[in-house]
Write a protein that binds this ligand. Structure first.
Ligand SMILES: Nc1ncnc2c1ncn2[C@@H]1O[C@H](COP(=O)(O)OP(=O)(O)O)[C@@H](O)[C@H]1O
Ligand SMILES: [Mg+2]
Length: 309
């Protein structure tokens, strides 16, 4: 449904995007993750036909963004990272305005506006002026607008930035619902946990290069191969336990909370079992010794090198 082939973009001699290759199937929910300046917006604007690539091409719903931009726009709903709302318009007027812009026949406006307001949980705000809406509601109204032409593909650029925790949760639920409806989603974020629970695929981009991409499970497996995230908690002699652990395993990212420790190690299972054995024998009274699932945040740290531009 979305294909990028050697997509590159240069601004002068600055390479904002280098040979990006990506394939998303219909129904995929793709998390496009990377720090600020990584090239997310550039990629998204090229997919949304607002910018031409310097080289390479991309296809949305089978249409080339460089050769058939009009056909791309018909299948695509795009929500930019920054958007303006016209003041002095009520929510329904704002949506009808865009329904007209999308050339939806006039007799369908009312039903359609009610439908997208319902979906974005804004029915009660139908008569409100857009400037009186909270940031989260404005965001949802903008999303409602992008749904008017019933696009198969939705591309949202950092939709959760600037939202408070509750608004983020509401947005996430809405995205999950859209995904259930069969839309193909590409959602960018510089914050990982935001995307982790509704995406089936993720891509990690840094300094214009896609460093890893694929199904969440396989990325998780790939990154956690030979590395473990351990959680250990003892009831006795926490400080000594810490020294023992650090002496027994090669430890990275050690963090401590009371009598509990979280750490990363490449030590094998035998070594881990030896450590647990020793903790028991030496009277530390361990109550917790478990492998944590590597999360996306951890992978992000491992895959990216912290290059900033
Ligand atoms: N219009 C532009 N002119 C020059 N440089 C740009 C322009 N747009 C983006 N860039 C640069 O390209 C890089 C990628 O930017 P962007 O795609 O906005 O990243 P992201 O959305 O991941 O934060 C950055 O280094 C940015 O400064
Ligand atoms: Mg951006």
């Amino acid at each position: 449904m979305i294909v990028c082939q050697n997509l590159s973009k240069e601004y002068g001699d600055h390479k904002a995007l280098q040979d990006l290759n990506l394939t998303l199937e219909a129904g995929d929910a793709f998390g496009f993750i990377g720090p600020n300046g990584a090239g997310k917006t550039t990629t998204i604007r090229i997919l949304a036909t607002l910018q031409e690539p310097s080289s390479g091409d991309a296809w949305v719903g089978g249409h080339s963004v460089t050769n058939e931009p009009d056909a791309v726009r018909e299948v695509l709903g795009y929500m930019p990272d920054q958007f303006g709302l016209y003041e002095g318009m009520r929510s329904w007027e704002y949506l009808e305005f865009y329904a007209a812009a999308y050339r939806v026949p006039k007799k369908r406006w009312k039903g359609l506006v009610d439908e997208v307001l319902e979906l974005t949980d804004l029915t009660v705000k139908k008569q409100s002026f857009v400037e009186t809406l909270s940031t989260g509601m404005r965001q949802r109204l903008c999303l409602a607008k992008t749904l008017l032409h019933d696009p198969k593909v939705l591309i949202l650029d950092e939709p959760a930035s600037g939202l408070d925790p509750r608004a983020r949760i509401e947005l996430k639920l809405l995205l999950k619902e859209l995904s259930r409806m069969g839309k193909t989603l590409l959602v960018s974020s510089h914050i990982l946990p935001e995307l982790a629970d509704f995406c089936n695929k993720v891509g990690i981009i840094e300094a214009g290069r896609l460093l890893a991409s694929g199904p969440v499970d396989s990325i998780l497996a790939q990154a956690s191969r030979n590395r473990f995230r351990l959680r250990i908690r003892v009831l006795q002699k926490a400080e000594e336990a810490r020294q023992l652990i650090e002496g027994a395993l090669e430890v990275e990212d050690f963090s401590e909370e009371g009598s509990g420790f979280t750490l990363s190690t490449s030590a094998d299972l035998e070594k881990q079992a030896d450590l647990l054995d020793k903790l028991v024998r030496d009277g530390f009274r361990p109550v917790e010794f478990s492998q944590l699932k590597t999360d996306l945040e951890q992978i992000f740290l491992e895959v990216t090198q912290g290059i900033t531009q």
